[in-house]
Design a protein around this ligand. Structure first.
Ligand SMILES: Cc1cc2nc3c(=O)[nH]c(=O)nc-3n(C[C@H](O)[C@H](O)[C@H](O)COP(=O)(O)OP(=O)(O)OC[C@H]3O[C@@H](n4cnc5c(N)ncnc54)[C@H](O)[C@@H]3O)c2cc1C
Length: 403
């Protein structure tokens, strides 16, 4: 039985919670650390249902946490994978413009990437694009050499192993059900009994806003779940894609648009789209959770977001329901692919914080409340950036309460 008194507890054994916990073991080896996870293993949600891309940092607003932590985090991730024998590959990627109206945005991305400190970015023409991706077509592309791929579920397993080896406790099948706060103590009620801690870091992903409320705080935004669905390219056609082929993203969305990813296993998939999920852990279209659905549709921010983005939302639903529409979006970059080349693949659900005014929170967000720190918005590229996020969160916690 795990001892019940701790100095610091982390809720959630996804890539962010585990990276935070790992950083605590490195910086404060004397602290008694507990990680609580409701599932029976690590990386069961976003961290184990993503594209596996080590993002370079090209997309993010210069000076933002996303930009800074992605660039340093990507380098740290490549080094971590190398050190611990986790499969990874720095394969580079191309972002492909297929219409003239996308060119200013592509050029802007190139400038952003350079401002963010990325080396080797290059705008290339159709001929050179074919040297990188022989089957891709576009009028111009941005070559991003620093992008790579890995398997974040394996990264999480390694994080957990290192935390345990350093004396931390990672307790699975231990859903947090209640929080009682007093001046110097926080009591965490779980399905495996109660634990006491002096400090708490909430990294509960899709449930981070609910854990924040459970702690008696009022989050400034609410999580709205967006499912991302993938199709797999059948193995006979996987040779159409060498590495990673992305469209030019729509600047109104934090999502990157359906793209091709050659995974670290060699398998090629296409996706993810972004459709409103009717359950926070709703991996299938038919998954509905009435509490989750009610909390979305009774939230003012949801309707304000819907008011602005309903056309795009409907188009995403249509692409979710119609394979041909999904494939048409991909054919713009890779005209040779046909409906028959794809079979349904996996899916993941993104935790996207939305403000009461209906804005999709763009940057990472860490919100302190006395001896509690809530990690409230860590969408993509948080897996890439996890080691750097771990350092940034522990920097904040150190100033506030871990001293
Ligand atoms: C489809 C998709 C594609 C993506 N692609 C990429 C990519 O290619 N590259 C990249 O860098 N990022 C990508 N991301 C983003 C990345 O996966 C996430 O930003 C990251 O995994 C977030 O990690 P997390 O630890 O915050 O969340 P999670 O992995 O969701 O972990 C949160 C954990 O908290 C636990 N929890 C919740 N409530 C409780 C409770 N009450 N008690 C105990 N435990 C609880 C959950 O069970 C869960 O394990 C993608 C995400 C998705 C969904």
């Amino acid at each position: 039985m795990t001892d019940s008194r701790f100095n610091v507890a982390v809720i959630g054994a996804g890539v962010v919670g585990l990276a935070v916990a790992l950083e605590i073991t490195r910086r404060f080896p004397q602290l008694r650390l507990l990680v609580l996870e409701k599932e029976d293993g690590v990386a069961r949600h976003q961290s184990g249902h993503n594209s596996g891309v080590i993002h370079s940092g090209v997309y993010y607003k210069p000076g933002s946490l996303k930009a800074r932590l992605c660039v340093t985090g990507a380098a740290a991730m490549v080094e971590f994978c190398g050190q611990h024998g986790i499969p990874h590959k720095v394969c580079g990627k191309v972002i492909v413009a297929t219409t003239p109206d996308e060119l200013p945005r592509l050029e802007d991305l190139c400038r952003r990437g350079q401002t963010n400190g990325l080396a080797g970015l290059r705008l290339i023409g159709p001929e050179e694009l074919r040297e990188f991706e022989p089957h891709a077509r576009g009028i111009k592309a941005l070559y991003v050499p620093a992008t790579g791929v890995t398997d974040y579920a394996l990264v999480c397993e390694k994080y957990a192993e290192l935390i345990s080896a350093a004396g931390g406790s990672v307790l699975t099948s231990a859903a947090l059900t209640g929080i009682k706060r007093s001046e110097n103590e926080i009591v965490l009620e779980t399905v495996r009994g109660a634990f006491s801690t002096r400090a708490l870091i909430n990294c509960a992903g899709l449930f981070s806003d609910r854990i924040s409320r459970m702690a008696g705080d009022t989050p400034s935004a609410q999580i709205i779940p967006f499912r991302g669905e993938y199709y797999d390219l059948v193995p006979e056609r996987a040779s159409l894609v060498r590495a990673l082929i992305y469209p030019v993203p729509d600047p109104r969305f934090p999502f990157l648009g359906v793209h091709f990813t050659r995974r670290v296993t060699g398998k090629v998939d296409a996706g993810p789209n972004a459709v409103l999920a009717l359950a926070r852990e709703g991996y299938r279209r038919s998954d509905v959770n009435l509490r989750d659905l009610a909390s979305s549709v009774t939230y003012s921010g949801f309707w304000r977001m819907a008011g602005r983005l309903w056309r795009d939302g409907l188009a995403e639903w249509y692409r979710s329901l119609s394979k041909s529409a999904f494939v048409r979006a991909l054919q713009r970059m890779l005209p040779e692919v046909r409906d028959d080349d794809f079979v349904p693949g996996g899916s993941g659900v993104r935790a996207q914080a939305v403000t009461p005014g209906g804005a999709l929170v763009d940057d990472f967000q860490f919100v302190p409340s006395r001896n509690v720190l809530h990690v409230l918005n860590v969408p993509s590229p948080a897996a890439t950036a996890s080691l750097a996020i771990g350092r940034a969160v522990v920097d904040t916690a150190e100033k506030l309460f871990l001293n």
